[in-house]
Design a protein. Structure first.
Length: 143
């Protein structure tokens, strides 16, 4: 199994859908890398990851709002295509197994627990795991 772990900001509010009787939360995570090129000029490169979180525990969708910082892990998938200009382009996608909200959000109700959201430690950051992720994590233990 290939696992991808990302930390970044949501580019827009998530979208909760039902597909063939199953619930999926779709969201986009951006990470911007800032660096200097060989000429010393400041550059920025933003990488987007399109995420699909298949779960019946959809309470986390209330927290997946634009600008929110998240940690997500899952299995990656890349799609290559030609863009409108006819140039090669690619999309990075991830089937999310775990998602954790990082930092705080002004719209949170002082970190109170709402719905099926569990909190890690004393921080007001909900942690959601899919049932399949719990089984997979047990098998990955090095001892």
């Amino acid at each position: 199994m290939i696992k991808l772990q990302i930390i970044g900001n949501l580019g827009k509010d998530c979208i909760l859908k039902e597909v063939n009787g199953k619930k999926v939360i779709n969201f986009s995570v951006a990470n911007t890398e800032r660096y200097k090129d060989s000429s010393g000029n400041q550059k920025e490169k933003t990488t987007w990851v399109e995420c699909a979180y298949w779960t019946d525990r959809t309470a986390v969708a209330d927290y997946l709002t634009k600008g929110r910082t998240v940690f997500a892990e899952g299995t990656p998938e890349a799609d290559a295509y030609l863009n409108k200009e006819g140039q090669a382009a690619a999309t990075l996608r991830m089937r999310v197994l775990n998602v954790q909200l990082l930092g705080t959000n002004p719209s949170d109700n002082n970190g109170s627990n709402q719905g099926n959201v569990s909190y890690a430690g004393a921080s007001p950051s909900p942690v959601m795991k899919s049932p399949a992720a719990s089984v997979a994590m047990e098998d990955d233990l090095p001892f």
